[in-house]
Design a protein around this ligand. Sequence first.
Ligand code: HSE
Length: 299
Amino acid sequence: KNVTAFAPATVANVSCGFDILGFAVEEMGDKVTVSLSDTPGVRVVRIEGDGGRLPYETDKNTCSVALKAFAEHIGFEGGLEIELFKGLPLGSGMGSSAASSVAALEAANVLLGNPLEKKDLLPFAMKAEGVACGAEHADNVAPSLLGGFVLIRSYHPLDVTKLHVPKGLYCTLVHPHFELNTADSRSVLRQQVSLKDAIIQSGNIAGLVAGLFQEDMGLISRSLQDVIAEPSRSVLIPGFDEVKNAVKDIGALGVGISGSGPTTFILSPAQDVAYAAKEACLKVFEKIGLDVDIYVSAV
Ligand code: HSE
């Protein structure tokens, strides 16, 4: 008996919401098949699409870390075998490790007769994020699991809520062909934030959330600013400033780093603007001479 589940890519942070905001990009993601086995324990038996780079060890692979914690929690003592089919590039900032653990959890939960509600799978996926990058952040795993825009109001205790998504919101993801490891991208962050920056950032988070609920594209656009992580991280991302510049006059709502990068996201109020952003970015990277993949998706 086996079950296969798909979990989508995600854009974490969404500029102002460092570690507390994220949205799902439904078109792309990872697939995981979980099967019952007669041998007790959780094992990764197959990984495809990773170029042979992801670990099979139960305590290192995000799928098995998540499933081991889940199995312990529900008291399942049988065997589970995991087959992972990567659709997402590693180290891209599109929530690749999160999509794997979320798909594994969803598949295992269905396989074992839905002992938990979907939202209650979150802590196990967060544990896997801790193993993947050293920080148990939820801004990739929560939207990958729940879909749409998700806010993590608090980590202790965990308090997660879905936000309204206005119709017509589109996202362009610009993925340059190089990897940025989340742990490295976190290590460049300042550990102190000034009062001035805290005020700017809180205004923007509140503005973004209000803008989503009011479907106020202008307010969303004004709120897509990050004075905490982006200044330290953007220097690690070739083409970031050029992309910002290139989409300034085409009607996009804003530009930011997707998760910890190097993917850049551009939020647009309509599909044609998202495609215009794609064209503008293709020109930017042609000029820089760096290979990119550019995806357009509804949010
Ligand atoms: N919020 C996390 C970070 C997301 O920016 O480090 C990692 O993808």
